[in-house]
Write a protein that binds this ligand. Sequence first.
Ligand SMILES: *Cc1c(COP(=O)(O)O)cnc(C)c1O
Length: 393
Amino acid sequence: MKRIYLDYAATTPVHPDVLAAMLPYFTEKFGNPSAIHSYGQEVKGAVEDARARICDLIGCRPDELVFTSGGTESDNTALTGVIRAVAAQRRNHIITSAIEHHAVLETAEALEEQGCVVTVLPVAQDGILDPADVRAALTPQTAIISVMHANNEIGTIQPLAEISRIAREAGVVFHTDAVQTTGRIPVNVDELGVDLLSISSHKLYGPKGIGALYIRPGTPILPMIRGGAQERSWRAGTENVPGIIGFGKAAELAGKMMPAELPRLTALRDRLASGLVAAIPETYINGHPTQRLPNNVNIGVAYVEGEAILLNLDLMGIAASSGSACSSGSLDPSHVMLALACPPELARGSLRFTMGKDTTEEDVDRVLEVLPGIVKKLRAMSPIYKPAREGKS
Ligand SMILES: *Cc1c(COP(=O)(O)O)cnc(C)c1O
């Protein structure tokens, strides 16, 4: 049975060229980039080349990019680092949205326990945040606004340029989690107007455990990890050299693939979304129909558990997801679905298909072939489906 992977928002396979670029840095090119000798300096040069490739992808300068262990650390550093830097000015207010990744929401919650004030803004039913709500939430104590570029569950792309204008007028630091967008759609720190931007390598065909934080010069932020002077003291610790080399190669490839991949994935997305809605009664597209990632389809299937559908799909060789990887394992509806104000019976039946470079039209058609039967079977066993149908007729 051919296996079909449709969970590219959770992680992506390392591109073969990325792996090839990384391998020498585990063996003969093992030097510590902080060392003065040629072993170290050769590696240092390669690390800086990789940094430049990533900067090219997001439109920043090399001295503005700090390597981290991934998107989670970048998000933690952005919020906590800014709050610590402005504490002396008595600014302790954080504005964020209800559909952020846990890396942002849990960090905000931890800071709240330490005395910060956190405003979590709701989103509309289509998953879009209203910039006017951000403006209305500002106080003289607001230190940072953190709004993700695109949501990892429903793919919705937020109006960041508008929000950043509001942040700039108010003199408030603006952070975005761009983990889902970088490498998939154009991301430019100046066009978005952000001060801080989080990215992660393993969402764009690079290795896991490496990411970066873009820091606009002059942004008040303190480092989280102290020690040596690596990353100009922004982030101590001997560099994850193979990870950085792989991330750099992945960024270079992403820039090259994007012009062709963006329209190709958009067409696959729309084929899958419209096919599912047509083939399965009482199915709904979650999130905005067009303001969304080119590779994300999220559907609500009424009267069935998302997990039950996933297990049945997996038996057919199809790997999808319900909500985010971080919340599966619990049967509670995801915080993102709940924020869309959809009824819990729909939230539980939400399914996420995220596509990538190896996804084909045949893969999409295979889902369209098997999913209607799975849903029909599960609904026939569902204790809530039949009464609801009868109540309607
Ligand atoms: C995957 C993801 C993260 C976490 O990145 P890691 O590198 O896995 O720590 C953060 N934010 C979003 C939106 C993500 O999709």
